[in-house]
Design a protein around this ligand. Sequence first.
Ligand code: FAD
Length: 490
Amino acid sequence: MSHEPIRNVVILGGGTAGWMTAAALSQALQNSGIAISLVESDAIGTIGVGEATIPTIHWFNQLVGLDEADFMAATRATYKLGIEFHGWQGDGHTYFHPFGTYGAPGDAVMAPHRLIRAWLGGLDASPEPYSLTTQLARARRFARPASDPRSLLSTLGYAFHFDAGLYAAYLRTQAEARGVRRFEGKVAEVEQDGESGFVRSLTTDKGDRLAGELFIDCSGLRGLLIEEKLQAGYESWSDWLPCDGAWAAPTPVEQAAPPYTRAFAQEAGWRWRIPLQHRVGNGYVFSSRFQTPDAARETLLAAIGEPSAEPRLIRFTPGRRKRAWIGNVVAIGLSSGFLEPLESTSIHLIQTGIGKLLSLFPRAGCDPLLAEQFNRIFRREAEDVRDFVIMHYHFTQGRTEPMWRHCQTTPLPDALQYKIDQFRASGRIMLAPEDLFRDASWFAVMTGQGIRAADYNPMLDAGSDAANLQHLDAVRAAIAQSAAQIPKLP
Ligand SMILES: Cc1cc2nc3c(=O)[nH]c(=O)nc-3n(C[C@H](O)[C@H](O)[C@H](O)COP(=O)(O)OP(=O)(O)OC[C@H]3O[C@@H](n4cnc5c(N)ncnc54)[C@H](O)[C@@H]3O)c2cc1C
């Protein structure tokens, strides 16, 4: 195995994943002497959707050195404080998944237990007034989280809605300014080492030949290198997540748009509504097993009215590549798998792919042990996010359409069933340190989807039921007072 350093990295694909990777590598590898090239095809284009993020986006934006105001202007971004779910327990039902935590500052883990205790004692209250982030979202107010852990503002969290195509273009300017060389053309030939199978070069239909020691496959759903050349294999999650297509269409700007995503359960899937500065993004994720694409298109149009552009159909299979790193090829973005955007996790998974690549950055020989570690963590992260999404589909008791009935009766993955059992028994949310969604998110979605806990953490028994209610009243009042002082969005 070669212990020579890598001299050339080649990125295949100029979608959001390709340019995020180029921006991050060009920042992290500055002064290393490593040259980075990116090849993309205007004729093939990008997937052209992707609008909502989660708070981990701040990590990435800081990594690549973005100024927030500049970034928001360039990508026509709006603030996102969470997701409002409509109809997931039947028509008329709503709940909110806020970013940030519940309760008083520093009480993120115990606040859900306080609420469970109050509910078991007969209190009939929504968790919403106990989340400052939710209160701001409801009132169209916005403040950044405070770093002082004693401040109520430390319980806040936020992310962005943005135009992922503009984000890619914005990152491209940064990456090119740091020396990334872009080639336009369709990769027509992939040269591989006869013995090791390592990719040696890509040649475009325009005759450009890009040689390198490390190749990042950001070629989108088809996985040109990782699947078509290296046959990684694909693990489908369709048994749990039956949706396999989406119609997407914009509508004109919404006045006084809410600072959150809305996700509406529909007869054979769900519909998103995402406000940006220059348009509203809409889409209907549906299962073709339960509704034809034509009927799904009609469902979308009936809900959104006249779109400002023709609806586009995108087909996919939810799942992941069995291996995302093989030899000297690392798949990042849609080439590594697809999970529907219900909890806006694809861009996050691009970030974690980049993060893993940076921490496991190889020498030219690409030690297979590094690939092994990458693939282990990748699997764990993908399954963790998958399980969070499956929970939304399974616990939909108020919905009676065939697709929802199907999801309600499909057995859960073991790790998710374990989490649900633990929560039901003792109110505990069993998380591993590396799990993406934390207590507040699991609590919001579990309770929002109708899962009830039969007990709470007995550490709270040091105080009486009445003292617990008093505490909750005080938190609720402090949150209401704090929210009223925070400015409204324009
Ligand atoms: C309906 C839908 C809604 C989504 N919503 C969200 C969301 O709200 N939030 C979120 O985080 N994510 C969302 N996603 C996912 C998000 O769109 C993607 O994760 C993101 O755009 C990254 O895509 P990509 O760069 O991996 O692939 P693509 O955008 O498909 O880019 C692939 C690139 O590879 C190039 N390429 C391919 N083959 C060749 C070749 N032979 N030669 C040269 N170049 C080639 C293409 O030209 C292109 O530049 C959504 C996805 C879908 C389908």
